[in-house]
Ligand binder design. Structure first.
Ligand code: NAP
Length: 355
């Protein structure tokens, strides 16, 4: 796979120069600028001088700038630098986060605002909250030869389109990692999947970047990114919600959080191991596979009495378990019906008797 500096392609500077020459020949001045001035988004300039942003040598990684020194920006900064893809610049509005980034990543330039980064780098990584990506991109305008990517799993690359100018590219680089702690996240990037978007040239470079940090690049089928991301949210945040519910019930049984993790952790790991070895459906165990309506009812009574906040989650999971058990043909349809009635009643103020 070719490195960024090697990649062949169109010569947007030349194309744009030809276009502008034709416009000039027609006597049209679209956007007059004072002599020597740069205009962001220009591929050519009034005078003969270089674009202000740096250029990597052929065969070298691109010159990288990261906007956002939060969880993802910082971990990516550390991982890329360790992998020999140095980060040249970072932008973070928060002085403490800037300092933390600088202490972890040997970075040449540190800015409070994202805009100056565009004067220095070839690849701009927006590692900012999902809701900020689009509005932020709309305030930025790239120079020819630059690429901008975001790290969101929920958004497509097209949200960056407002920052485009002739000869620029946009893409996305979404690591399937829970960035709770910088060093743990850097380690977790090894073997993690990174969903990549971008045209072929940019995607090839992003695939190299993912592999450099030990990750596995994938390109998702068009239109599938939101479902892919929703699954990731269930696997990470959803699983934490489940752990929290487990710990709440553990407290009723006299366990602190560490105690719950010690006791239920091996059960979780064993279940995951079973799912990997046998398939998800076959990994299902418990009262729903046996049609134990009495056990289900006693759980629901205990939850209402001691942990009402867990009731919704238990019922939602149990409904799915009943479906799975029925599909696996270990739960008779009539038992499945009884369980569904009990579960529906559990969410009502006054439970209905089981027929
Ligand atoms: N956390 C995860 O596990 C995870 C996993 C994969 C992908 N992602 C994606 O990665 C992106 C970043 O997530 P994160 O968890 O790193 O978020 P985060 O920890 O909240 O960090 C976000 C960074 O963006 C900066 N920022 C916030 N608002 C801004 C604005 N209006 N203009 C410029 N910068 C702004 C923040 O403030 P300062 O400028 O003040 O520093 C901070 O440095 C999101 O798209 C998220 O979906 C997250």
């Amino acid at each position: 796979m070719k490195a960024w500096g090697d990649l062949p392609g169109d010569d947007p500077d030349r194309d744009r120069a030809e276009t502008e020459a034709a416009i000039e020949a027609a006597g049209i001045d679209l956007d007059p600028a004072p002599p020597g001035a740069h205009r962001r988004g220009d591929a050519t300039h009034p005078n003969d001088h270089q674009h202000p942003h740096g250029h990597s040598e052929p065969g070298e990684p691109p010159i990288i700038g990261i906007v956002g020194a939060g969880a993802v920006g910082t971990a990516l900064g550390v991982a890329l630098t360790r992998a020999g893809w140095p980060v040249h610049a970072v932008a973070s509005r928060d002085p403490e986060r800037r300092e933390r980034f600088r202490s972890l990543v040997e970075v040449s330039r540190v800015f409070a605002d994202p805009e100056p980064i565009l004067d220095e780098v070839e690849l701009i990584i927006l590692a900012v909250p999902d809701d900020v990506v689009g509005p932020l991109a709309a305030t930025l305008r790239m120079y020819s030869g630059q690429a901008m990517i975001h790290t969101s799993g929920a958004l497509g690359a097209e949200i960056l389109a407002p920052a485009m100018a002739a000869g620029t590219q946009i893409g996305a680089f979404h690591p399937l990692v829970a960035f709770a702690d910088t060093e743990r996240a850097v380690q977790a990037l090894h073997g993690a999947t990174v969903a990549i978007e971008g045209d072929d040239q940019l995607a090839a470079m992003l695939a190299d970047m993912a592999e450099a940090i030990g990750a596995i690049p994938v390109r998702l089928a068009p239109g599938s990114k939101t479902a892919y991301h929703a699954a990731a949210v269930l696997a990470a945040g959803g699983f934490v919600a489940l752990l929290d519910a487990i710990a709440e019930l553990g407290r009723v049984a006299g366990l602190d959080e560490a105690g719950s993790l010690a006791i239920y952790g091996p059960l979780i790991e064993g279940t995951l191991g079973n799912a990997r070895a046998l398939g998800i459906r076959s990994a299902l165990t418990g009262p729903m596979t046996r049609g134990d309506v009495g056990t289900l009812e006693s759980h629901l009574v205990a939850l209402r009495a001691h942990a009402p906040g867990v009731l919704d989650l238990y019922v939602a999971a149990a409904r799915r378990e009943v479906d799975l058990a029925e599909q696996r043909r270990v739960l008779a349809p009539e038992d499945a019906s009884k369980m569904r009635i009990v579960l529906a009643a559990a969410l009502q103020a006054t439970p209905e008797p089981v027929p």
